[in-house]
Write a protein that binds this ligand. Structure first.
Ligand code: C2O
Ligand code: CU
Ligand code: CU
Length: 499
């Protein structure tokens, strides 16, 4: 991707060039949705002069849509090609090699509707085998990019599935090949998915999309390999990017109500998000809307997790106006923990705006009933064995070993335990679960409200109790979503047999 050419083509002023995505800064749709021209004066970008510091202060780039090629309604057809791409991060002659879907970092936004028949062609132009995993979506195992179904370099395939009713939510896609998932994701292969419902009670609100990813550069300006500390703690780079931009600027009217979908697509950061100057309600989790808006001071978003927030611009004096991450210690041994607030994005006011209504109830969630089966899942670390440092129920992942069987349609209750000095964000393929309770300082606490999730952080020494049901037969992985841990063994798989 020739960023300078691209900038010229898009007719932008060459003031701030941090974003990695390929096309224009804001789509027409976004303008319309926000009801405002956002191209007004912005804080000057910081000098990108010294070392690896990226330019910052650009408007939040819009995610590039993956264009639907299907003519008939109810169908989505498109293709994704994974390939190396050159990006001019600093807007000068220096180029950084990323691996990207359709030359876009992050990957293009896939917008689907409940009930859609989806057909996405995949071409692998990487030097490694790859797959596309549809994180969180109710997709049959054979279409879900499992490590057992690699696409060799130079080869391709189609992923085909039909979205069931009721699955509207915020998902994402990333590769899942055996042993290479972390590397392919941190080199840039990850993209957002939104599944929409015709009866969305929040469709009147303007929508913002924020995909958070992590960028670690080596001294030569290329993407750094994982070092020992990354392999142990999980990779953390110098930059947290939003839609490919470092510390972008978001506009929000005084009193304006916006719906934000946020993805944590970083390898290992557990991000404690806060907007201290504004009014914030949690309205959705991974698998879509919750029963009613929940006022929150912060949201802990572990790697792989998503949330939907309704943000109302208040600009309370004395509070930082931006989107910040607050300190959260996740038990790292080899990286320092975050000690102070970090700015992820600045927020600037653009006058008073009317405050659109926020419905008191959103989407009812019925509790899953009594379980027909129970399991205990223990996540542990064994640093004495460099070949098998991260374990589930005492074992390192083996692609050819089935770790248990289940039954389609039967409610399972799992107790997931982090018998470990680090937090391990737990993720299950193929379905959404309800968290019933978690331990806080060793004491069980019931979950205050029901929500559909596919990823939940299990803090060091903590436990989470959850229920789910699989609706499709086949092999399903579950793993830690710190991708270095997943690749190094903290994954297992259950074969769900037709009920
Ligand atoms: Cu997002 Cu098995 O992963
Ligand atoms: Cu997944
Ligand atoms: Cu882990």
């Amino acid at each position: 991707m020739q960023r300078r050419h691209f900038l010229k083509a898009a007719g932008l002023l060459a003031v701030a060039v941090p974003a990695l995505r390929q096309a224009q800064a804001q789509t027409a749709m976004d303008h319309a949705a926000m009801g405002h021209d956002m191209g007004h004066a912005m804080p000057a970008p910081a000098p990108a002069a010294q070392g690896l510091s990226l330019p910052r202060g650009e408007h939040l780039p819009a995610l590039q849509p993956l264009v639907n090629q299907a003519a008939e309604p109810g169908r989505f057809a498109a293709s994704l090609r994974a390939a190396p791409v050159q990006v001019a991060l600093w807007g000068d002659a220096r180029q950084t090699t990323f691996w990207a879907f359709n030359d876009s970092v992050p990957g293009p936004l896939i917008e689907l509707w409940e009930g859609d028949e989806v057909d996405i062609g995949f071409d692998n132009a990487l030097p490694q085998p790859s797959t596309i995993h549809w994180h969180g979506m109710p997709v049959p195992p054979a279409e879900d990019g499992n490590p057992q179904d690699p696409v060799a370099p130079g080869k391709g395939r189609h992923y085909r599935y039909t979205l069931p009713p009721g699955c509207a939510g915020t998902y994402w896609y990333h590769p899942h090949p055996h042993g290479h998932t972390a590397e392919q994701a941190f080199r840039g292969l990850a993209g957002p998915i939104i599944v929409r419902s015709k009866t969305d009670p929040l469709r009147h609100l303007p929508e913002r999309h924020l995909l958070l990813s992590d960028l670690k550069l080596a001294a030569d300006g290329q993407i750094a390999a994982n070092d020992m500390a990354d392999l142990h703690d999980g990779r953390e780079g110098q930059f947290v990017l939003i839609n490919g931009a470092w510390q972008p600027v978001i506009t929000l009217g005084e009193g304006e109500r916006q719906r934000w979908r946020i993805w944590n697509a970083s390898s290992s950061r557990i991000i404690k998000l806060a907007l201290p100057a504004h009014e914030v309600q949690l309205v959705g989790t991974d698998g879509g809307l919750i029963g009613a808006p929940q006022p929150v001071d912060s949201v802990l978003l572990s790697p792989g997790e998503r949330c939907e927030l309704v943000v109302t611009g208040r600009f309370k004096p004395g509070q930082p106006a931006g989107l910040i991450s607050q300190p959260y210690a996740r038990g790292k041994r080899m990286h320092p923990e975050q000690e102070k607030d970090d700015t992820l994005a600045s927020i600037v006011a653009y006058g008073m705006r009317p405050t659109l209504a926020l419905p008191a109830s959103l989407r009812p969630i019925a509790p899953l009933g009594a379980p027909g089966f129970r399991r205990k899942i223990v996540l542990s670390e064994n640093m004495a064995d460099p070949k098998a440092p991260f374990l589930i129920n005492g074992q390192s992942y083996d692609m050819n070993r089935i770790d248990g069987t289940g039954q389609v349609g039967r409610i399972e209750e799992w107790e997931v335990i982090a018998d470990a000095h680090m937090d391990h964000p737990f993720h299950l393929h193929g379905t959404q679960f309800q968290v019933l309770a978690r331990t806080v300082d060793g004491i069980w606490e019931d979950e205050p409200f029901l929500a559909w999730r596919d990823t939940v952080n299990v803090p060091a020494g903590g436990m989470v109790r959850l229920r789910f049901v699989q609706t499709l037969p086949g092999l399903r992985m579950f793993h830690c979503h710190i991708l270095e841990h997943e690749d190094r063994g903290m994954m297992a798989q259950i074969d769900f047999l037709p009920g």
